[in-house]
Design a protein around this ligand. Structure first.
Ligand SMILES: Nc1ncnc2c1ncn2[C@@H]1O[C@H](COP(=O)(O)OP(=O)(O)OP(=O)(O)O)[C@@H](O)[C@H]1O
Ligand SMILES: [Mg+2]
Length: 459
């Protein structure tokens, strides 16, 4: 057959190769197999497959090094990389080296086939791949700096980081407070070709307008009272490197205009200065407001918005990805546990996954830090979690299913009973505490306990 597409599978695990071969040959693809990086490069060169599936962990030559060589030899052949769960830095590295996509093992077969089909149909992304290829690989960064995430949505963000990092494109990171925007900005800088150049951070919400202006752009001597000497601004200090403009939506219209000019022409004047200064600075901006809405409300310049929004990264709030919580908890236990071997009870984890996390990952980080102080044994239990988290996370009667024909009164009574019971259990049947949490007086709590026939469970 003329249009038979050939796929090279590179994996040292025989069962994995066997599965993929079966699956893909059923789909009508021609298959090649290699068990190590060196053979993979040889086959890639001699057989010119249409697609390469590459495991990142390989004997003889590491998958990332193999990827680098393959991309140098065959820049136009898409490579899908398999990574182990939770190795975000390597996944980002792979994307940076020009991988078409990566899949975390174990992956779902339908998802896998979809990526394969997409990769084989791909051609318009070639320019991007070429650009990525030009970038020098770097040492993997320390694990302590690692961004943690299990969910598909965070994986997509890692892919974006990998794609955005090596370019000089302006990146706009949007997300609620505590979702990790600064961490993402750090990762982009770390993986960029400006990583050894200055990285300057400015919180635009922290200073009043006039101070912020001279902070960003510097000032000439005598520009204002107290300006006894001329001073370089952050943009000048960041020359050749990257500037991170945090809380960008807090900029006044006047400063927005000045920033727009910097983005368009990379030039500005110091406050009170005449000389035009030109800089080479990559801009990463972040905001916890919805900038699109700010723009529509007339508070943010639309031309500036479009200039900033070249590479948008939107970080989902933690409550939309409770599946990330176990991994994050593990990460924070390792980070703050002082090498103690500590586990978390399933019940506590369930409570954490049900809580709405208005402060997002920062709040979770604080909760775990606190729990580690309180937990003297080797398990974090409900006792070590703050009441606010338990009150909300533990009380949603999610088992309660609506059924037609049941009177509303009955349903409400059921919910009430369940909530009171859970609260009592949570505070170890201390009725004063329970009344406090439920915000009713002790008297009515006693009445309700009686009314609902609530009894203390046996120990
Ligand atoms: N994916 C993640 N993995 C591990 N830690 C994370 C992750 N995301 C955030 N954190 C941690 O949560 C805390 C808050 O992150 P960060 O400061 O980046 O959030 P932010 O979005 O910039 O918040 P704000 O809008 O309040 O400035 C940090 O201590 C950071 O280390
Ligand atoms: Mg921040």
């Amino acid at each position: 057959m003329n249009n038979l597409k050939t796929i090279l599978i590179v994996d040292d695990e025989a069962p994995m190769r066997k599965n993929l071969v079966e699956l893909l040959s059923e789909e009508g693809y021609g298959l090649l197999q290699a068990t190590d990086g060196l053979t993979a490069i040889e086959y890639a060169q001699t057989m010119r497959p249409h697609l390469i599936l590459l495991d990142i962990k390989l004997p003889k030559m590491d998958g990332l090094s193999a990827l680098k060589e393959i991309k140098a030899l065959l820049p136009d052949v898409p490579v899908i990389v398999f990574t182990a769960h939770g190795t975000s830095e390597r996944a980002i590295e792979a994307m940076k080296l020009g991988a078409y996509d990566y899949l975390e093992k174990p992956f779902k077969l339908d998802e896998f086939l979809l990526v394969v089909k997409r990769a084989l149909g791909y051609s318009t992304l070639l320019n991007e791949v070429n650009e990525l290829r030009a970038v020098q690989p770097r040492e993997t960064v320390s694990p302590s700096a690692e961004l943690v995430a299990g969910s598909g949505r965070m994986q997509d963000i890692f892919k974006l980081i990998g794609k955005a990092a090596p370019t000089d494109a302006t990146v706009l990171i949007q997300g609620e407070s505590g979702t990790g925007k600064e961490l993402i900005a750090n990762a982009i800088q770390r993986h960029s070709r400006r990583s050894d150049k200055p990285f300057v951070k400015v919180n635009c919400a922290a200073l009043p307008e006039t101070l912020l202006e001279s902070e960003l752009f510097g000032h000439a001597r005598g520009a204002f009272t107290g300006a006894i000497a001329e001073r370089k601004g952050r943009f000048e200090l960041a020359d050749g490197g990257t500037i991170f403009l945090d809380e960008i939506s807090d900029m006044t219209p006047q400063l927005q205009t000045k920033l727009l000019r910097v983005l368009q022409q990379r030039s500005f004047e110091r406050v009170g200065g005449k000389e035009t200064i030109t800089v080479d600075v990559r801009v990463i901006a972040a905001t916890n407001k919805n900038l699109d809405a700010e723009m529509k409300a007339g508070r943010f310049r639309d031309d500036l918005y479009y200039r900033l929004n070249v590479m948008p990264i939107v970080v989902p709030p933690l409550r939309e990805r409770p599946e990330d919580i176990p991994e994050l908890v593990e990460h924070f236990i390792a980070k703050y546990g002082n090498h103690r071997k500590i586990l978390i009870s399933a019940e506590s984890l369930a409570v954490l996954q049900r809580y709405s996390w208005p402060g997002n990952i920062r709040e979770l980080e604080n909760v775990i830090q606190r729990a580690l102080v309180l937990a003297t044994g080797s398990v974090i239990t409900l006792d070590h979690l703050p009441l606010t988290v338990k009150a909300e996370g533990d009380l949603i009667p999610k088992e309660l299913v609506w059924q037609s024909g049941i009177p509303l009164k009955r349903i409400l009574a059921d919910i009430e009973r369940e909530i009171i019971l859970k609260t009592l259990r949570q505070v170890n049947w201390n009725r004063t505490k329970a009344a406090e949490i439920l915000q009713i007086n002790r008297r009515s709590l006693f009445d309700k306990i009686k009314e609902h026939n609530i009894e203390r469970d046996l120990p």
